[in-house]
Design a protein around this ligand. Structure first.
Ligand code: XUL
Ligand code: CO
Length: 436
């Protein structure tokens, strides 16, 4: 049975095409800076937004037309697997990501949930073997079940910590079975509403305890090549989340000695919620050698919440792809569309149209980033801006040959300080020429 019978494999038709079901810029085999677009981007589809999200919002019911829905939860879950792999193949995306709760119904107990998962994961494995499509990452949804009302690993209730640990163990088992390379921890409920009744220190220590158990368990079962990815987000659902942004997350990972096996999964809309740009977060991660993977989407600057829109902002995507190039690529991570169609885009075709728009935007961003890199545009700017560190006192500072006393002698001998204008407006105008 086909869920998308009117759609064939999406083809590259070039920028002049007006076909919404064709790529206009993403040409998977086209080589950019020595690698194909496909290799650069490693695109992934997010199971939750594409196959389980129903288009409801706090003010209205489900609107999405989804032909895989039935009255039986297990049957729906099986249909979703069929639909998902048909979708991945037709879209030409090699990777996917899922939460445990996205793929199988919970049922009446944790035990039933694990049984349901086993059955569905078996189906997923068959499909992966048939199609060659791979798992970019999986994760344990430790936020939607009402038991997580006080948090998961950070819960004030130790029984809840245990259930959360059981879900993580199951997730790592699934990762091994499906040959996953990354496992994500997004702390949706790991934060607080009120500091007055919260022991922040204990909560953060408990989260670190769980992460160490996850590392130990992955080693124990021989899945030690698995990279764990912490996904920062400052708020929503909690008022304050512990993994606020990349810098906060790195401080946490360093404090609890987790940097050997952990990197970051950075999401564009989470960056903007934290008051940063996507490229800022990526740059911070790169400075720690911890850029693991990306959740591609975008927010709305007029709204203060996580709208998870498909990425179409070429300016932001270009600067993000520049960071990817500077990182030497994103493997074993990828670019996962943690993005959902708007409520008004409720037809089945919209799932393709939205992903195509995102993939085309990243293809254009990659090309613009490659032009910037080939011309050494940013390198040249920074070279000139920091030229004072190349020789003289600047070189002595970098080689740590000076101290406060010798710098004071030097400073007292200066007749004037010669600062230069950045001419930033001209630089931005030039940057526009690379992007558009
Ligand atoms: C929530 C979010 C999650 C994580 C995985 O904002 O981004 O979907 O990516 O749990
Ligand atoms: Co995400």
């Amino acid at each position: 049975m086909s869920y998308f019978p009117t759609i064939d494999k999406i083809q590259f038709e070039g920028p002049k095409s007006s076909n919404p079901l064709a790529f206009r810029h993403y040409n998977p085999e086209e080589v950019v800076l020595g690698k194909t677009m496909k290799e650069h981007m490693r695109f992934s589809v997010a199971y939750w937004h594409t196959f389980t999200q129903d288009g409801s919002d706090p003010f209205g019911k489900a609107v999405n037309q989804r032909d895989w829905l039935t009255d039986d939860e297990m049957e729906t879950a099986k249909n979703r697997v069929e639909a998902a792999f048909e979708f991945f193949e037709k879209l030409g995306v090699d990777y996917f990501c899922f939460h445990d709760m996205d793929v199988a119904p919970y049922g009446d107990s944790l035990e039933t949930f694990f049984k349901n998962l086993d059955e569905i994961v078996e189906l997923i494995k068959e499909k992966m073997d048939q199609t060659g499509i791979k798992l970019l990452w999986n994760t344990a949804d430790r936020h939607s079940n009402p038991i997580y009302v006080h948090g998961a690993a950070s819960s004030s209730n130790a029984d809840v910590f245990a259930v959360s640990a059981a879900q993580v163990k199951k997730g790592i088992d699934i990762s091994q079975k499906l040959n996953g390379k990354n496992f994500v921890f997004w702390g949706g409920r790991e934060g607080y509403e009120n500091l007055i009744n919260t022991d922040m220190k204990l909560e953060e220590e408990n989260i670190a305890r769980l992460y160490h158990m996850a590392i130990d368990y992955s080693n124990e079962i021989g899945h030690e090549e698995l990279t764990f990815l912490l996904e920062p987000k400052p708020k929503e659902p909690m008022k304050h989340q512990y993994d606020f942004d990349a810098a906060t997350s790195m401080a946490f990972l360093q404090k609890y000695d987790l940097t050997d096996r952990f990197k970051l999964n950075l999401e564009a809309n989470h960056a903007t919620l934290a008051g940063h740009t996507f490229e800022h977060e990526m740059n911070v991660a790169r400075n720690y050698d911890a850029l693991g993977s990306l959740d591609a989407n975008q927010g709305d600057t007029l709204l203060g919440w996580d709208t998870d829109e498909f990425p179409t902002d070429l300016y932001s995507v270009t600067l993000a792809m520049y960071e990817v190039l500077e990182n030497g690529g994103i493997e074993p991570g990828g670019i996962n569309f943690d993005a959902k169609v708007r409520r008004t885009s409720f037809e089945m075709d919209d799932l393709f149209i939205a992903h195509i728009a995102g993939m085309d935007t990243f293809a254009r961003g990659l090309k613009a980033a490659a032009r910037l890199k080939e011309d050494g545009f940013f390198d040249q700017l920074k070279d000139e801006r920091y030229a004072s560190y190349k020789n003289g006192i600047g070189a002595d500072i970098l080689s740590e040959k000076v101290d406060l006393k010798s710098l004071t002698d030097y400073a007292l001998g200066l007749e004037k300080i010669d600062n230069k204008s950045s001419h930033i407006e001209f630089i931005k105008a030039q940057l526009n020429d690379y992007i558009y």
